[in-house]
Design a protein around this ligand. Structure first.
Ligand SMILES: *[C@@H]1O[C@H](CO)[C@@H](O)[C@H](O)[C@H]1NC(C)=O
Length: 118
């Protein structure tokens, strides 16, 4: 009797862990199944351009931004991600990269956190 109670507790704990795990996956939906914190590494060529508004934006950075920008929600999540923050990215400057790349079909006016894409 006592043993089955213990099993019920274990099952409950396991269920709670699974639900918590699902919640985390849902939180990463901005980039589909990818985690914005991992996607942020794709913008490594943008590191200097994302910290200095006057830095020139490299072609490889623009290519990466153009690709991520096809999903503005993802691009936004990446720019605001902990990875970006930890690498010294300034969101207000990162937001200007699509414009500095002259990406014609960039999501102008897209609201990303406290920022608006120019
Ligand atoms: C970028 O250039 C402008 C105009 O020359 C200047 O005012 C600003 O301080 C520069 N910003 C940085 C981060 O160097």
């Amino acid at each position: 009797m006592e043993g089955s109670m213990k099993n019920m507790c274990l099952l409950g704990l396991l269920l709670a862990l699974v639900i918590a795990g699902l919640g985390e996956v849902n939180g990463a939906h901005e980039c589909g199944r990818a985690d914005p914190n991992m996607e942020a590494f794709k913008l490594a060529p943008c590191a200097s351009a994302a910290q200095d508004e006057n830095a020139s934006v490299s072609g490889s950075c623009c290519a990466a931004v153009r690709k991520l920008g096809q999903n503005p929600k993802c691009l936004c999540a990446v720019m605001l991600s902990n990875t970006a923050k930890a690498s010294g990215v300034k969101p207000e400057i990162a937001m200007t990269i699509p414009k500095r790349c002259n990406i014609a079909d960039r999501p102008v006016g897209y609201q990303c956190g406290a920022y608006t894409l120019p």
